[in-house]
Design a protein around this ligand. Structure first.
Ligand code: A3P
Length: 323
């Protein structure tokens, strides 16, 4: 089994952290790494409800996984990848909820309909597009053994912090102020942390044939180029010019925010406790940290980033460009 230990945090549900040791030593992963040093923070219920089932999840040849650290542009990429995998079927995309078309395997909040999300993934028809925020070592083992396709999207940590803070507060899974959130984030106490282990492991695997690595910042800078690269990775036809404009419009922040089939705000408000002003799609920009994080928090995060990356010989801008 995975090894776990309880964690004290300001999360409103009991939390723990997990790692691979012993029999589950991460040896099935294509990265030389001491996996016992890779902890991931999760709600305690994950261990009982998901860990082993996800580890043993049966994959199919046509499966594609969208993997991200939370609040990194997952939903945006899910809509794009779903369209590319489904012959740009805009009618179906405009007529059904994205999260029904593309399931979230380890959904950790109470699902509005009480659904078991792993079973929901098992029942999906192919090609399945499955979302996960889990780090490499906790994903279904078959992904690595069979070389299933993974689309990985990374977003700069300061914007991830701001976006996650608003999200977790608004859905009442965490309580406190932003400076305290930053402390818990860099101390790996927030759900899905360690952030840098998550991102860096996929960055190091970015040239594996089954991995497509892109950033939220790149999608904002040049979505067309990301789409062109993704078509090649998914082995689907290039998007023709006229359709490309339609696709870019469909994927714009304003269009997706305005679409009840892409923006889950209303459904989340109906299905669980949220604050009145909760918005799943809040600002949709690069650099929201600039006017939201305190100077102290920015400095703390920059130092933490430098320390976390020094052993890998890269800087934040090598991954995200200048932000
Ligand atoms: P903000 O909270 O900064 O606005 P995820 O889907 O991984 O939960 O990520 C959510 C973040 O992606 C939110 O960031 C959301 O606004 C942003 N986002 C969603 N769709 C987008 C789009 N079409 N264009 C730009 N940003 C988008």
């Amino acid at each position: 089994m995975y090894e776990s230990e309880s964690l004290k945090t300001l999360a409103t549900k009991p939390m723990m952290r997990m790692r691979c040791t012993g029999e589950l030593d991460g040896s099935w992963l294509p990265l030389k790494q001491d996996w016992s040093t890779r902890w991931c923070t999760l709600p305690e219920m994950y261990k009982e409800l998901c860990a082993q089932r996800i580890h043993n999840f049966e994959t199919r040849e046509s499966d594609v996984f969208v993997v991200t650290f939370m609040k990194s542009g997952t939903t945006w990429m899910q809509e794009l990848a779903w369209l590319l995998l489904n012959q740009l079927d805009f009618n179906s995309a405009k007529g059904s909820f994205l999260f029904d078309r593309s399931q979230y395997i380890e959904r950790l909040m109470n699902h509005p309909s009480g659904i078991d999300t792993i079973t929901a993934c098992e029942k999906m028809i192919s090609p399945r597009l499955i979302k996960s925020h889990l780090p490499a070592q906790l994903l279904p083992r078959e992904i690595w053994q069979e070389g299933r396709k993974i689309i990985y999207i990374a977003r700069n940590p300061k914007d991830v912090v701001v976006s996650s803070y608003h999200f977790l507060n608004a859905i009442t899974l965490w309580k406190g102020d932003l400076d305290t959130f930053v402390d818990e984030f860099v101390n790996d106490q927030i759900c899905y942390t360690s952030y840098w282990s998550h991102v860096i492991d996929f960055w190091r695997m970015r040239n594996e044939p089954n991995i497509f690595f892109a950033t939220y910042e790149e999608m904002k800078r040049d979505l067309r180029n990301v789409i062109e690269r993704l078509c090649k990775f998914l082995a689907v036809p290039n998007v023709e010019e006229e359709i490309m404009n339609q696709l870019l419009h469909h994927l714009s922040f304003d269009t997706m925010k305005g679409s009840e089939h892409n923006n889950p705000t209303r459904r989340l408000k109906q299905g669980q406790k949220t604050t009145e002003d909760f918005e799943f799609m809040r600002r949709g920009i690069v650099g929201s940290y600039k006017d939201e994080l305190s100077a102290v928090a920015k400095e703390k995060m920059d130092k933490w980033t430098k320390d976390s990356l020094k052993d890998y010989g890269i800087t934040e801008s090598d991954i995200f460009g200048e932000i």
